[in-house]
Ligand binder design. Structure first.
Ligand code: TYD
Ligand code: MG
Length: 454
């Protein structure tokens, strides 16, 4: 095969240079040159006025497009199917990102083993030897007769071998360890990652293979290569979880075939990852007797509500700048809530350290958590325990109003299902005649009303 020419592009201004150098000669940016394969001239013509007959490709209305029925492959793991939007789509490329050691290889080994009983699969590992994979699969008690494996790091050889065995589902573990022979830069560098992913994506589209790419997350939290992969693939999943907690959450960041922000919950055990189909139950730490600084909220991630405990500790501060520490919540949001609490409820915390933690390593991104966080902080500040069978949700506005959140009634129902008796909710979320068996609903309009009914 004739070697393709490579050249160096500046990431900042797009200038082309024949050789690498530390600084771009054009715009002066430092360390911005990356190696890239020069595109072959495709013999196309520049647009130069009307040129008579068009090529075979033509413009047509959407209702004249021939549709292939979308085929979904169930992965055998309901939690994974959920984040994928109802199963794996053939020909799609799914990027799974996460910290090292979080369980990406474990999840994919389990998934592929389950799939291998019905589909032709291929697991390509550039990180572990076949022996390691086999030992792990055996220890997990997975079926291994049809588990096709390959230890290889050259993209050209991977695609050549895959063309022979024609898998329907393929895994590349990981994209940072594979390399293309077209480029001279080291595996894992931006240009390698981008070029390898481009070749593999093209392979997946042309052969209608569903492809999982494993990507390591860098210190900055982005999948290595400055997010270059995220727009090349169809679906981006992130694997998250506290290193101390055995629960793992898989979150869809981008999905061309389903909703984003969908969550799948797993627990890591000595027999691999187990699905958690009722996540509400695990993020609640029911205390023996009510304790100060704890409040249960109902968050909604993706398509289902989840009960999660917010904990707060408010302690006298001896620092000129009292601490505002949050885990699983945005810190600026806490500062804002404390300001609203001061202004609209008359509770000042300028001389207090405030710590807020969301139990179980969950990360809350919704504003619906506001009310529960404020109540937990207040409960700790006054050292008064709140009733253990109470939940709260609602967004708090800067004017001290409690704003409605999406799917209010569904959240109250989820809480009732878990035996909670009282719900403090935004009044705009419930109608007068709404009632839920066994649940006392307290609608509030303003923050001081919510505090008043404690
Ligand atoms: P792994 O899938 O290798 O992580 P990644 O591919 O994301 O880097 O997961 C390894 C971790 O999972 C390791 O720290 C041990 C733990 N683990 C278990 O606790 N139980 C198990 O059954 C397995 C296979 C792994
Ligand atoms: Mg791994």
């Amino acid at each position: 095969m004739a070697k393709l020419k490579t050249s160096y592009y500046c990431n900042a201004c797009g200038a082309v240079a024949p050789k690498w150098s530390g600084q771009c000669g054009d715009c002066g940016a430092w360390n911005s040159l990356v190696e890239s394969v020069e595109p072959k001239p495709s013999g196309g013509q520049r647009f130069s006025g009307y040129s008579g007959d068009a090529a075979s490709n033509h413009v047509r209305a959407l209702d004249q497009v021939d549709l292939k029925p979308e085929s979904r492959i169930p992965t055998g793991m309901q939690e994974l199917d959920r984040v994928l939007g109802g199963g794996l789509t053939s020909g799609s490329v799914v990027l799974i990102g996460g910290d090292p050691g979080i369980g990406k290889s474990t999840l994919l080994t389990q998934t592929m083993a389950a799939l291998s009983t019905q589909q032709n699969i291929l697991y390509v590992s550039g990180e572990e030897s076949l022996q390691q994979i086999s030992l792990r699969a055996q220890r997990l008690g997975l079926p291994t007769e049809k588990f096709n494996c390959l230890a290889e790091t050259s993209v050209e050889r991977i695609t050549r071998l895959a063309l022979k065995s024609r898998p329907r589902v393929m895994v590349i573990d990981s994209i940072q360890t594979v390399f293309t022979e077209l480029l001279t830069s080291a595996p894992g560098s931006v240009s390698q990652v981008r070029e390898c992913a481009a070749q593999l994506t093209q392979f997946a589209k042309q052969t209608d293979t569903a492809l999982f790419l494993v990507g390591h997350v860098t210190k900055e939290g982005a999948i290595a290569g400055p997010r270059v992969l995220e727009h090349m693939v169809d679906t981006v999943l992130y694997f998250e979880g506290d290193s101390g907690s055995r629960f793992r959450i898989i979150r869809a960041i981008k999905n061309r075939f389903g909703a984003v922000n969908e969550l799948g919950v797993f627990a890591m055990s000595d027999k691999g990852l187990k699905e958690v189909s009722n996540p509400s139950a695990i993020f609640l730490s029911r205390h023996e007797s009510p304790v100060a600084g704890s409040m249960i909220m109902v968050m909604r991630e993706g398509s289902r509500p989840m009960l999660v405990e917010a904990q707060a500790l408010v302690d006298e501060s001896h620092l000129p700048n009292p601490k505002r520490v949050t885990l699983g919540l945005e810190q600026n949001r806490l500062s804002m809530l404390l300001a609203v609490l001061h202004r609209h409820a008359g509770v000042a915390m300028y001389n207090q350290d405030v710590y807020v933690n969301v139990v179980g390593g969950v990360r809350v991104t919704e504003t619906a958590a506001d009310l529960a966080v404020v109540l937990a902080v207040l409960s700790s500040f006054r050292d008064v325990p709140l009733a253990g069978d109470m939940i709260a949700f609602g967004e708090i506005g800067l004017a001290g109003e409690v704003r409605p959140v999406p799917n209010g009634l569904e959240r109250i129902r989820e809480a009732a299902k878990h035996g909670f008796k009282t719900a403090i909710v935004p009044s705009a979320n419930v109608q007068k005649n709404d009632s839920i068996a066994g649940m006392k609903i307290i609608p509030v309009q303003r923050l001081h009303e919510a505090i008043g009914c404690l």
